[in-house]
Structure formats: C-alpha cells, structure tokens
Write a protein that binds this ligand. Sequence first.
Ligand code: AMP
Length: 563
Amino acid sequence: MIVGIDLGTTNSLVAYFTEEGPKIIPNRLGKNLTPSVVSVDEEGNVYVGETARERMSLYPTTVAQTFKRSMGTERTYYLGNRAFKPEELSSMVLRALKEDAEAYLGEEVTEAVISVPAYFDDKRRKATKRAGELAGLKVERMISEPTAAAVAYGLYDKNQDTRFLVFDLGGGTFDVSVLELYHNILEVRAVAGDNYLGGEDFTQEMAKLFLHKAKLSMSQLSEKEQVRLMKAAEKAKCDINDGASVTMSFLYQDEMKEEVITAKEYEEACEELLMKIREPVKKSLSDAGLKLSDIDEVLLIGGATRLGIVRDFLIRLFRKFPDTRLNPDETVALGAAIQGAMKERREEVKEVILTDVCSFTLGTEVVVEYDEDKYEDGRFCPIIERNTVIPASRTERLYTVRDNQTTVRVRVLQGESRFARNNLFLGELEIEVPKNLKGREAIDVTYTYDINSLLEVEVKGVSTGASKKLIIKGEENQMTDEEIQKRMEELAYLKIQPRDQEENRLVLLRAERMYEESLGDRRQIIDRYLTAFDAALKRGDHDEIREAREDLIEILEDDDGNI
Ligand code: AMP
C-alpha cells in the first residue's frame, strides 16, 4: 500500500486512496494531525506528536520541533544526551505515521509519496527521502506541496489550460506558488515566500492588542503567564472568525483580566502583517511573468488561511473568492495520496504529468577547442542541468572536430564533473555525417527527460536530416515498453520548437511581410517587436512567447483590428 504523507513544519498527516477518493488516516489518538514534535528521554525512549509536545513544559531540553526548517543541513539537535540530525527526527515522525497507518489499515505500509516545499533543493529533498528510508518507507516519489494541493482540488482534471496560485500560510511559514496546467502537464512556475511569517505572528498581534487594552506589558508577565497569554490569544484569534468581536480572558497574578476585541480593531492591528503577505504574492507573479488578473484559481492551504482577515484580504487582492472546499490542513496529504494512486496506476485516477526537478545533470562528452587547433577531449557538456523542471526537453548542437569526419559518437552521461570520465555512463549512439571540413557538419542532440526516470536521446544530422533514438530507463522504472512508448508520445509536444507552432509561424510571416511593405518609423517599430518575439521564441518560455506575440499583433493591427 502506498500512502501519501504531508511532513509539515508544525503538523504531519498521512492519507491513503480508497475507491471513494483520498482519505486521511487518524493517528493512535484518533486525530488527523500529528504534531511534528519529537522528544527523546535520557533512557532513549522516543515520543512523537502530542505526547512529545506535552513534554515541552516539563522537559524542554528533551524536545525538538520545527526541524523541517533545517532539513538537509548539518544542524544537530541534542535531546536527552543524544545528538540527532533533522532527517533522523523527521524519520521518527514518519515512523509514527507509518505505524498508525498500519494499525488503521490492518496491513503493512511500505511505500510513501512525501510532500516537500516547492523551494526545497536537491539536498533537502534527498534528506527527506533518507528520512523516509530510515523509517522503513520506500520513497520513490516526492511531490511539491503546491502541486499536491492542486491535485487534491482535482485541478489536474481540467480540460483547458489553467493558472493558479497556491497560498500556503502555516504556523510559522508562508509560501506562494504559481502553477500552470498546460497540455496535461502540471508545472510549478514560480515560488516565493517568507520563512518568518505565519499564523503565530497573528497570535502575537492578538496578544499585543490585549495587553494594550489591559494596560499591561509583556515584560510584566512571568514566563508561565506569557505561555498562558499566548494560549488565550491563539484561542481568541481562532474565535474571532465567528463573530464581530471576541472576549479574551487571561489570569494575571490571580486576577482574571477580560477584554473585548472587535474584528475591526484586530484587522487594524494586523495591517502590517497583511502588507507583508502582498510581497511574495507580487514576486511569484512577476517571476512567472503574470499579472494578478491572469490567475484563474486561488487555493488556500495551511491552518492560518482560516483567518477571516486573511481571506478577506485575498478576496480584495484577487477580486475573486478562493477555493476553500477542502480542509486547509489536509489538502496536501490528500494530494500526496492521489499521487500515490497515480503511481500505482489506479484506474480511478487519470494520470497527469506532474513536474519535478531533475536532481542531477544529464549531458554528453565533447571535445573542446581551447586554443586554435588545440583540443581537449573527454569534457562534459551538460544538456539538462540539475534542478531543471522536468519533464524537459533540451537540444544542443554539436559540430565535427576533424576534417572528413564520417561519424559522431554521442555518449550519454549523468553527473556534475567537468570531466566525462568522472560521470556515470548511461549509453551511447553513433550517427553518420557527410565528409566535410571540420566544424562544417553538425548534429542536434535532444534529451527529453521525464519524472519517471525515462531519458530519450535523439541525435539528428543537421545537413542530412537523418536521426537515431535511444531510450534509457532508470533503475527504478518499472514501465513496460508499451507504457514507455505512450509516455514518450505524450511528451512529444515538448520537442516542438515554438517557432514551428502554427500560430507563431503565421504571426512571424505576417510581421515579416509587413516589415517589407512599410517604411520609416513604422518599419523600425515592427522590427523592434519582431526581434523581441523572435528572442522569446528562441528562449522557449510559452508565457513570454504569448505576451510578445500579443504585443506584436497589436502593432501590426490597423485601426479596424485587421492584420
Ligand atoms: P499549520 O502549520 O498549517 O498547521 O497552521 C497552523 C496555524 O494555523 C497556527 O498558527 C494556528 O493558529 C492557525 N489556525 C488553525 N486553525 C485556525 C482557525 N480556525 N483560525 C485561525 N487560525 C487558525
């Protein structure tokens, strides 16, 4: 059984896929959320979740939390008298979730899809995978949290291309991701965030407001009173959603202090926090080359998106209602469970191509001319670089290095070294080229790499048009030849050069014709926009292309809107 796990900073959840769809598995206490908190006592006993959190006030030096933030770093946590790395602590949370799932399902759980923040780099992803392995789970797939949210909302099932923004405000972190569904591929286009903004800051504002009204200051309170105040503020923050005001009470030096706080006062107090939210939203949109109005759907995840003032703020910002059908705490785990079902090829779920990043570089061996007529062979030429969003297709043009060379051999390599010999050899292809002077013949080498560890290598002679193909399957890939064939067909569109797409070709031709037909200033203007469009086509970013194409069309149109 493959389960989906949301390994969160504050809480973690596990879900599985049933015939009626994905479902959260309650933990041994019957709760859906397991706090991502671990405690290890002097004897080496491990406590996870709520029990570990309870130990916080009694044995603070034996408890660790928010370790997800340090995932993939060398940071060490000392609990009791032992040292732990973040992935070891995470593995304890994962093990507890695994055990709870096994007890609930009555069968062994051996495999999991684990969600990770979209911005997690290779190192952090690997640490997460290791945490899974330490917990006895095979983790073949990881899914980025915003993608999981989109999957849980069923957005992958849309027929038309859609852009959406996933707004994730948790206890202490804030992430915004812009995703695009394009030709059945779900891609994270941009991410931005603030690692130090979350629901806790909104609790702080509530506490400050209370202290101000009660004419008290934080420094007057004992440590225990401060903890009590924060608890009361947390409750008031959650309750204020239900009405226009809330009465917050708190025991100060044996006296019960009570203050009424109105929603309006609270909103004013949080104004600065709301402004802070705006920045990453703007950044992610500008990185994705989009405007606020380009977003078709807004999804909310993370507990703090339940805050009424946050929701109202987003409605005003986007001028649309966010989709909140699902419980914001559970969305990511549900999406991870669906991804598990996709992996198992369950019939109930349509498979969609989810993007991920490639964790290594794929390239080929080349000869480099470092001085006139001086060559160094055995060098590595990257084609798909590490951290490229996959599936991806990239082409590199290589030239002959000898006069009258008749064949070119393409060695397919994986690794990061500048030298081919240090990288992993995956396969090779050879293609014939006509005899000619060196550098006069070329081949195009196209690598297409997919999330299922499938690499297609295509080599094409530029002057002859002849081509050869090789498909390399990663070790973990279990697909049959037929499935591979089907997947490669689905990915074929990646290889269509934007220049060759009908719509683009037409606009290019028209613009070229109008350039020839016009003179003076108009000619220069057309030239400028045409050059920009051409450059966008070369870069291959479909949004940039669309925008440049629209700009060019606008220039070409006459007063009646005809070209
Ligand atoms: P998460 O890290 O996603 O579990 O989010 C935890 C944050 O969500 C905490 O700051 C909680 O105070 C906040 N939160 C949970 N429920 C509510 C609610 N009903 N109203 C406002 N904030 C909430």
